[in-house]
Ligand binder design. Structure first.
Ligand SMILES: NC(=O)C1=CN([C@@H]2O[C@H](COP(=O)(O)OP(=O)(O)OC[C@H]3O[C@@H](n4cnc5c(N)ncnc54)[C@H](OP(=O)(O)O)[C@@H]3O)[C@@H](O)[C@H]2O)C=CC1
Ligand SMILES: O=C1O[C@H](COP(=O)(O)O)[C@@H](O)[C@H](O)[C@H]1O
Length: 520
């Protein structure tokens, strides 16, 4: 049985023991992602057992309430997990304070110093799980009251920053300038949690460690690429926040574009963070801004049965808002490898299913030896049910020479069933502790990304594109199939059913359902 690569066991930066300070510790992100990820690392011994965790936020909480908050989303499967959580909570403490008061950050400093004295830690990782409005005030207060350097005091400081990194090119640059005046680029870790997902991290290996993929990864062989993000849930509970941003800023400009850059970049000189990020920036700079003609927007309404509310039914959403909850956009990369190949990014909320996938569709087979062929596709399923499958034509078993569509299927659940896939946040926090920037967004990468999206976002913000309504729980707005077809995606003549590798996937005769497919 093969095993997937697990992060190297490293107790943080080799010579440093960390105190992790979570700012915004009372919030949603901290409770749903940050604390569970820190616990996951602790439990699996990727975090030094002497690491200390301090929460900081405005809400007043005693230790018991804080522990309840830390534990709320931690899943405990075994008795050993329960025991580990009790040990983990002993490492956690909380301090309340405002986000713009020096005296409160001085109190935090006293708390950190006490913790450092007791644990012997020599490095601080500040994790900003905060809304963008307090981002710079907090960074300024930290720099004034809690910043140390290895050179001056033997203490290392690192800062993890969460998106959104601005609203457009201008605001992102302003944020970058203000943050850059406080911290060095090598102290900043901008999180795009999609870069911590197993299948996104797998992209470089698939591309650059397989000669069979490497040699066809270009415009000569590939017809079009789709990167799709679908969520079943709507904006429930965060409509007010979401309305300021819309789906393009929420998902497409960051998560999907990061995936695109890994799919499309040239091989890096080495796996070093700077070499990888140099290539990602380079490919983004070959992409001109998205034009209106290559965009389709949607906004969800009530579900067909009327049970699920529409986006505009949310009282926190401004009346008559045109904010898109669905977007499809086609980008082109004007370089030798990709010229003319459409990269379609699609994302939406309140859709028929949850999935994130990369679908690389190849050109038609030249000539007319066979008819009714479907195109080859490489599909990389990021989530759920991680998989890589290659759709290909095969001879239908039996007498005759009929073709049938089939697949080479690498489903992680059956191939790597003894391996645990780490949560994206676990992987990224470990990288930050280890000082590895490869899977974090560099400032010039951000700049290149905003250049692609800012003009179309301005057009959308002016209300110049009406979103097409779609029902909650549907495939998206009418026109999506035509949109992808316009940019070259062909569904093929043969119906394709995945046999599922289970009894449910067999028909009455015990044959895989796949063989019931109609072929030429
Ligand atoms: N290892 C694994 O896990 C494997 C799983 N499978 C599963 O088998 C099933 C079929 O796989 P696959 O061949 O890749 O998918 P299909 O080719 O059936 O369809 C996928 C693509 O076509 C689009 N699409 C779906 N329905 C329509 C429609 N009615 N009109 C136009 N476009 C449509 C989808 O778009 P959109 O998503 O945007 O709606 C998507 O881009 C999937 O559920 C897949 O996950 C297959 C092989 C291996
Ligand atoms: O950043 C975001 O991502 C989530 C989806 O993340 P996932 O890991 O669950 O796929 C999305 O729901 C949210 O709107 C967005 O801000």
């Amino acid at each position: 049985m093969s095993s997937i690569t697990t992060p190297k066991v490293n107790q943080g930066d080799s010579k440093h023991l960390y105190t992790v300070i979570v700012l915004g510790a009372s919030g949603d992100l901290a409770k749903k992602k940050t604390f569970p990820a820190l616990f996951g690392l602790y439990k699996n011994k990727y975090l030094d057992q002497n690491t200390r965790i301090i929460g900081y936020a405005r809400t007043k909480m005693d230790q018991t309430t804080f522990e309840g908050h830390v534990s709320k989303y931690i899943k405990l499967k075994t008795e050993a997990d329960k025991a580990a959580l009790q040990q983990f909570l002993k490492l956690c403490s909380y301090q309340d304070g405002q986000y713009d008061q020096d005296k409160d950050f001085q109190n935090l400093e006293k708390h950190i110093l006490e913790v450092e004295k007791a644990s012997g830690s020599t490095a601080r990782l500040f994790y900003m799980a905060l809304p963008p409005s307090v981002f710079i005030p907090v960074a300024t207060s930290l720099k004034r009251n809690n910043y140390h350097s290895v050179e001056k005091d033997g203490i290392l400081t690192r800062l993890i920053v969460e998106k959104p990194f601005g609203m457009d090119l201008e605001s992102s640059r302003k944020l970058g300038r203000e943050l850059g005046a406080l911290f060095n680029e090598d102290e900043i870790y901008r999180i795009d949690h999609y870069l911590g997902k197993e299948m996104v991290k797998n992209l470089m290996i698939l591309r650059f460690a397989n000669v069979i993929f490497g040699s066809v990864w270009n415009r000569q062989s590939i017809d079009n690429v789709q990167i799709t993000f679908k969520e079943k849930i709507g904006t429930e509970g965060r409509g007010g926040y979401f309305d300021e941003f819309g789906i393009i800023r929420d998902v497409m400009q960051n998560h999907l574009l990061q995936i695109l850059s890994l799919v499309a970049m040239e091989p890096p000189v080495s796996l070093s963070a700077e070499d990888v990020r140099d290539e990602k920036v380079k490919v983004l700079r070959f992409i001109p801004p998205i034009v209106k003609e290559n965009v389709l927007l949607g906004q969800y309404g009530k579900s067909e049965d009327g049970k699920e509310p529409g986006y505009l039914d949310d009282k926190t959403v401004p009346h008559g808002s045109k904010t898109p909850t669905y977007a499809a956009a086609t980008l082109f990369i004007h370089n030798d490898r990709w010229s003319g190949v459409p990269f379609m990014l699609k994302c939406g909320k309140a859709l028929d299913q949850q999935k994130t996938e990369i679908r690389i569709q190849f050109k038609d087979v030249p000539g007319n030896l066979f008819t009714g062929l479907s195109r080859n596709e490489i599909v990389i399923r990021v989530q759920p049910n991680e998989a890589v499958y290659v759709k290909m034509m095969n001879k239908e078993p039996g007498l005759g020479m009929k073709t049938i569509i089939s697949d080479l299927d690498l489903s992680y659940s059956s191939r790597f069933n003894d391996s645990v896939i780490p949560e994206a946040y676990e992987s990224l926090i470990l990288d930050a502790l280890n000082g590895d920037h490869s899977n974090f967004v560099r400032d010039d990468e951000l700049d290149a990304a905003w250049k692609i999206f800012t003009p179309i976002l301005k057009t959308i913000d002016q209300g110049a594109i009406d979103p097409i309504p779609y029902a909650y729980g549907s495939r998206g707005p009418k026109g999506v199939s035509e949109f992808v077809a316009k940019h070259g995606y062909t569904r093929g003549e043969q119906a394709y059913v995945w046999p599922l590798h289970s009894e449910a996937g067999k028909d009455a005769t015990g044959k895989d359902q796949q063989f019931k497919n109609k072929s030429n």
